[in-house]
Design a protein around this ligand. Structure first.
Ligand code: HEM
Ligand code: HEM
Length: 188
């Protein structure tokens, strides 16, 4: 049972953070998109579901981003295509940056726009006065980063399928369990 990342693979902490955060992000994208599609009471319930899940997972999502930035991205496996790795690594950081924008603009948008920021029935009071310009800016940032995350996740999943079906290079297996023999991950 190895918790920490190796030179070219992920330990259990990274793997657990990746999959739990992925489930939360994908759920928040779908629920967030449903807010605008609903109206009246249904809209209010959807908004509360969105903010409840977002606030419930708030620390987890920050931890997930900080962990990767602190531990750095593992190197490629010897079998991994170096060009695709060179594209994939900054792409992963782009996804992480989009998560950070969501975490900052979410509460900012709710508070500046006088929208209820609820965790179940508990309303988190706003520390700032309502501000139309800040709301428009934060909402724009939230929607822009959600768009990057949505399309980015789709490309990311297609890349994962390519690793499994075409490259057969072990990159997907790396995100399922740590390598049994980390020596296998030696670069060069
Ligand atoms: C990765 C995390 C998140 C994702 C993927 C996400 C996604 C979305 C999406 C797609 C929308 C719909 C935007 C639109 O078209 O109007 C939305 C709306 C919203 N989100 Fe998030 N969100 C995240 C985090 C947060 C957080 C942390 C908060 C606050 C704690 C938050 C609060 C809101 C609010 C209040 C709205 C409604 C805006 C409106 O009705 O104009 N979100 N979110
Ligand atoms: C839902 C299906 C998903 C699959 C099948 C998947 C698969 C993978 C795989 C196989 C890797 C390892 C790639 C490598 O090291 O070359 C990886 C890494 C990564 N994935 Fe995903 N992923 C999914 C969802 C997501 C989502 C929703 C996000 C966030 C928006 C995300 C963000 C990342 C990041 C940042 C990395 C780099 C390593 C890390 O920090 O965890 N993934 N993913």
């Amino acid at each position: 049972m190895r918790w920490l990342d190796g030179k070219a693979d992920f330990g259990w902490i990274s793997i657990i953070l990746h999959w739990t955060a992925a489930a939360v992000v994908v759920s928040l994208l779908f629920i967030g998109n449903s807010i605008q599609a609903a109206d009246g009471v249904a809209r209010d319930h959807t908004l509360r579901l969105h903010t409840t899940l977002a606030l419930g997972a708030y620390a987890l999502l920050w931890a997930r981003v900080i962990w990767r930035v602190a531990k750095r991205h593992p190197r490629p496996l010897p079998r991994q295509n170096k060009t695709f790795y060179a594209i994939g690594k900054p792409f992963h950081y782009l996804l992480l940056a989009a998560i950070v924008v969501m975490l900052l603009t979410g509460p900012l948008m709710a508070w500046s726009g006088d929208l209820p920021l609820r965790f179940f029935n508990l309303v988190i009071p706003s520390p700032i006065p309502a501000d139309e310009r800040l709301f428009v800016l934060a909402r724009w940032g939230h929607i822009a980063a959600a768009t990057v995350l949505g399309w980015g996740t789709l490309v990311h999943i297609l890349a994962a399928i390519k690793h499994i079906a075409v490259d057969k290079d072990g990159a997907f297996d790396k995100m399922m369990t740590p390598l049994e023999r980390p020596g296998d991950a030696r670069v060069d």
